[in-house]
Design a protein around this ligand. Structure first.
Ligand code: COA
Length: 237
């Protein structure tokens, strides 16, 4: 990440939450960088016959956008407003320009979350090159009010089925090892852990060190998505 971006993010965070909260946030970022800096990389083979079927709740609707012109002002505000609006707007423009798709999920007509996909390449330097039919899933977000209802799982499953129907071959996604919510959600999706990797930047070179993972088996999914189904049921009660 560029230093100017880090400064911009810290400034916006400080304006929004105050100095004390910014110092706490910086300490947390430091702890994570020192003690939980690995990325967990996941893959999913996009074979429609093998992807578990998901009963799509009627209250949810997913829309795929391929250009900035398709994004309403209201949705731009929702997606950029909670973070750093300048950087978030810049990201959206760059992503569409690179050919990425933005997937919006609405719950009872209210924007509940979103995620991005990019085919044949990755949005930033990755751990390995992607083949033309591979797809990267990145930057998923569920708005706080909608969390814990398995919306990430539903959105991810919908995207994987759509990509499989289009004939794509493999999907990749990653998450930081400290992100328990994202890891918990991945265990319900058809994604499988490929490995964990630590990245070093040395004199302008990027060095990726793969770490043998003893947790790989435990990170495997519940193939029937039972936990997810239970959550949906709970949220509908
Ligand atoms: C990670 C994220 C996308 C998961 O979305 P989600 O739809 O809430 O996912 P799930 O409903 O499957 O919940 C996942 C876990 O988050 C926990 N959780 C996090 N916040 C919660 C909340 N406000 N209410 C209830 N549960 C919450 C749940 O307990 C669940 O863990 P469990 O399966 O052990 O019970 C969402 O938490 C999020 O947007 N986080 C911030 C952005 C982020 O980290 N994105 C991923 C990296 S790009």
């Amino acid at each position: 990440m560029r230093i100017s971006n880090s400064i911009s993010r810290a400034t916006v965070y400080c304006k929004r939450h105050g100095l004390a909260a910014t110092i706490c946030r910086a300490q947390l970022a430091g702890k994570r960088a020192l003690f939980a800096d690995r990325m967990l990389v996941f893959y999913c083979d996009l074979d429609e016959r093998r992807l578990p079927q998901v009963n799509f709740p009627t209250a949810l609707r997913v829309e795929r956008l391929r250009a900035l012109t398709e994004l309403s002002a209201e949705h731009v505000q929702a997606i950029t407003g909670f973070w750093n609006p300048k950087l978030a707007n810049q990201n959206i423009r760059e992503r569409f320009k690179k050919g990425a798709s933005l997937w919006l999920v609405e719950c009872e007509k209210k924007l509940a979350g979103y995620g991005w996909t990019l085919q044949g390449k990755t949005i930033a330097p990755y751990y390995f090159p992607l083949a033309p039919d591979d797809v990267q899933l990145f930057d998923f977000y569920v708005f706080p009010k909608f969390r814990g209802r398995a919306i990430h799982w539903i959105l991810t499953s919908h995207i994987l089925h759509t990509l499989a129907a289009e004939g794509r071959s493999r999907a990749f996604a990653d998450t930081r090892e400290w992100n328990q919510a994202q890891r918990a959600s991945f265990t319900m999706t058809p994604f499988r852990l490929l490995g964990s990797v630590r990245t070093y930047h040395i004199f302008g070179q990027v060095l990726n060190c793969w770490v043998a993972s003893k947790t790989a088996d435990r990170e495997q999914n519940d193939p029937l998505g039972r936990d997810g189904a239970m959550k949906i049921l709970r949220s509908n009660e």
